[in-house]
Ligand binder design. Sequence first.
Ligand SMILES: Cc1cc2nc3c(=O)[nH]c(=O)nc-3n(C[C@H](O)[C@H](O)[C@H](O)COP(=O)(O)O)c2cc1C
Length: 171
Amino acid sequence: MNLIDALRSRRSIRRYQPRPIPKDLAASLIDAAQTAPSAGNLSARRYILVSNESMKRILAMAAYSQEHIESAPLLIVICADVAASSIRYGSRGSLYAIQDADAAAMCLLLAAHDAGLGGCWNGAFDDDLVREALALEDGVLPVAILSLGWPAESPARPERPRRAGDVRWID
Ligand SMILES: Cc1cc2nc3c(=O)[nH]c(=O)nc-3n(C[C@H](O)[C@H](O)[C@H](O)COP(=O)(O)O)c2cc1C
């Protein structure tokens, strides 16, 4: 898929066919995520793949009962490894680790789209509940729960809001 076409045609998909995602395809999504840049090339990010039904239910509850999180065949929780980044970057490390995780999340969603999968970036969740459910160590912050599956909807492209001053060019 042409990159610009992929960027334009990707949508947040929240309805999925009840069909699993093969493990090798899931692994290729992680490889794609790891192509993302990261501060100092530290890759201060983690991936937790969840296909277990009871863990999906727990994460959906932690995400304020968002139903598509429970129904997705696969969740990939992307975490910022703040501790790893802070060793080199001190107080700047938490921002860098979050950006490392964000960049990976976007690459992963685009690779999923290219593979014919649908996905949604879910950022609305209770950090502490997710941390507890996944037994995350101190210094590891959950950033996004990506819900993934074979699409069962094709939503229209939403308008993008534009505000005065959103884009400035200092030439
Ligand atoms: C940081 C972030 C957090 C988001 N959190 C949620 C969420 O918790 N639940 C959800 O259904 N969608 C969530 N979304 C998806 C947005 O609603 C979606 O990207 C937006 O409506 C634009 O639609 P599009 O992705 O199809 O272009 C989130 C997206 C981002 C980038």
